[in-house]
Design a protein around this ligand. Structure first.
Ligand code: NAI
Length: 304
C-alpha cells in the first residue's frame, strides 16, 4: 500500500482557520501539499471577520516544515471565490485539490426562520461551493487533474429539527456534485462528498458532552486525505464519517413496478393497490445519471 502524499500538489481548504478545516490544512501540510488556508475569521453565525484564524494555521504549517499561504476572502461571493483560487495560482502555480468546507449556522424552526437567515446560510454553503469550485474546476481542467471534496451533512441527507436552511444547502451540494461528476468524467477530476460529525465550536452546544469528547476533527481528516489523493479513483460518492466510523451513503433508486403498458390509463387507485411495492426499497441501487433512470421504463419500448 502506497503512502498518501501531496508533494507537488496544491490544496485549497476553505474555512481552514478552525475546526475540521484546520485539521485538514495541517494534515495536507504534513503530507507535503502546498496549502491555501482560506478563512474569513467569522463567528459560527457568519458575523465578523479576522485575519487571525487563517494566519495562525499558516504559521503552524510552516513551523512544522510545510508550505502555506493565507487567504481571507469570503466564499460567499463570486469575486471571493476567484480570489481564493487566484491565491493558489499566484503563490504556487496550481489548484489541484479543493475542499469546500467553510460553513456557518443560523438555526431556527422553519416558521421562525427569516429570509435573511435562509439567504445567508445558502450563500456560504451552496453558493459558496459554486463560487470557489467554478474557478478551481477551470484550472483543474487545464491540467486534466483535480480532486474536490464537498462538505455535506447528515442534517441535509437525513433531516434535523430547526435547520431547514442548512439542510437545503447541504443537500443542494449533492446535486451540484452529481452534475459536476458527469461533466468532469473526461478530465480526471474526482469529486466526492463527506457528511462529517466532529467536535468543533459549531457542535459544542449540540453534541452531548460524552460524544463531543470522542468525535474529533482528526477522525474526519483521513477520509478527506484519501478522497483528495491521486490514489483515489472513485467519484460522485458520499461518505458518513465520525469518531472512526466511515460508511458510504447514497441516494438510491428501487426496482418499483411498471403499471400498464405506457399507453393505458393509470389511476390513483392503481397507485393505492401497488403502494407496498412502490414504496419498498427492494432492488435499490445508486444511479450515475438521470439517463440511467430511463432504463427502468425500457420494457415499455418493446410493447407496441
Ligand atoms: P467551524 O465553525 O469550527 O469552522 C468553520 C470555519 O469556516 C470558521 O473558521 C469560519 O471562520 C469559516 N467561515 C465561515 N464563513 C466563511 C466564509 N463565508 N468564507 C470563508 N470562511 C468562512 O465549523 P466546523 O464544525 O469545522 O465545520 C466545517 C464544515 O463542516 C462546515 O461546512 C460545516 O457545516 C460542516 N459540518 C460540520 C459538522 C460537525 O460535526 N462539526 C457536521 C456536519 C457538517
Amino acid at each position: 500500500m502506497s503512502e498518501i502524499r501531496f508533494d507537488n500538489k496544491v490544496a485549497i481548504v476553505t474555512g481552514a482557520g478552525a475546526g475540521l478545516g484546520k485539521s485538514y490544512a495541517l494534515e495536507f501540510g504534513r503530507r507535503g501539499a502546498k496549502v491555501v488556508v482560506n478563512d474569513l475569521g467569522a463567528a459560527v453565525d457568519g458575523s465578523g471577520s479576522s485575519h487571525n484564524a487563517a494566519d495562525l494555521v499558516v504559521d503552524e504549517i510552516k513551523k512544522a516544515g510545510g508550505q502555506a499561504v493565507s487567504n481571507y476572502d469570503s466564499v460567499s461571493t463570486a469575486e471571493g471565490g476567484e480570489k481564493i483560487v487566484n491565491t493558489a495560482l499566484d503563490a504556487f502555480g496550481s489548484a489541484d485539490i479543493l475542499v469546500n468546507n467553510a460553513g456557518i449556522v443560523r438555526d431556527h424552526s422553519f416558521l421562525k426562520l427569516t429570509e435573511d437567515e435562509w439567504d445567508l446560510v445558502i450563500s456560504v454553503h451552496l453558493k459558496g461551493a459554486y463560487n470557489v469550485t467554478k474557478p478551481a474546476l477551470a484550472s483543474m481542467r487545464e491540467k486534466n487533474y483535480g480532486r474536490v471534496v464537498f462538505t455535506s451533512s447528515g442534517v441535509g441527507l437525513y433531516g434535523n429539527f430547526g435547520q431547514a436552511n442548512y439542510a437545503a444547502a447541504k443537500m443542494g451540494l449533492i446535486g451540484l456534485m452529481n452534475t459536476l461528476v458527469i461533466e468532469s468524467i473526461k478530465h480526471n477530476i474526482k469529486l466526492n462528498a463527506i457528511a462529517p460529525n466532529a467536535a468543533s465550536r459549531m457542535t459544542e452546544k449540540v453534541l452531548p458532552p460524552p460524544l463531543f469528547e470522542k468525535l474529533k476533527p482528526e477522525h474526519i481528516a483521513p477520509m478527506v486525505m484519501w478522497l483528495a489523493s491521486e490514489q483515489n479513483q472513485d467519484t460522485g460518492m458520499i461518505f458518513n464519517c465520525m469518531g472512526g466510523w466511515y460508511s458510504r451513503t447514497a441516494i438510491m433508486c428501487a426496482s418499483g413496478i411498471i403499471i400498464g403498458d405506457g399507453s393505458s390509463t393509470v389511476t390513483a387507485e392503481d397507485i393505492q393497490k401497488n403502494w407496498g411495492v412502490i414504496k419498498s426499497l427492494e432492488g435499490a441501487r445508486p444511479l450515475t445519471s438521470i439517463g440511467e433512470s430511463f432504463g427502468y421504463v425500457a420494457p415499455l419500448l418493446s410493447k407496441q
